[in-house]
Design a protein around this ligand. Sequence first.
Ligand SMILES: [Zn+2]
Length: 75
Amino acid sequence: MMAAGEPTICEICKRGRVTKRMEEMAFRQWSDKGYIQCRVAILVGTCDNCRVKSLDPGSDKILDEAFRREYDKLP
Ligand SMILES: [Zn+2]
């Protein structure tokens, strides 16, 4: 874990600072039951210089779990 309030320098431009905040993200993914529509809140870092967005390590798992949750809802 990174210390709170510690600025993260952007890896892309090496100049900007990355601000992390929770963002709601909608995505859909193909499965054998058709497209699954998912909506999750994940921590996204945005560079204040080049605007590159980066996902937190572990986001993949959150997205995966959201997908599985929606998938299980379907008959
Ligand atoms: Zn940047």
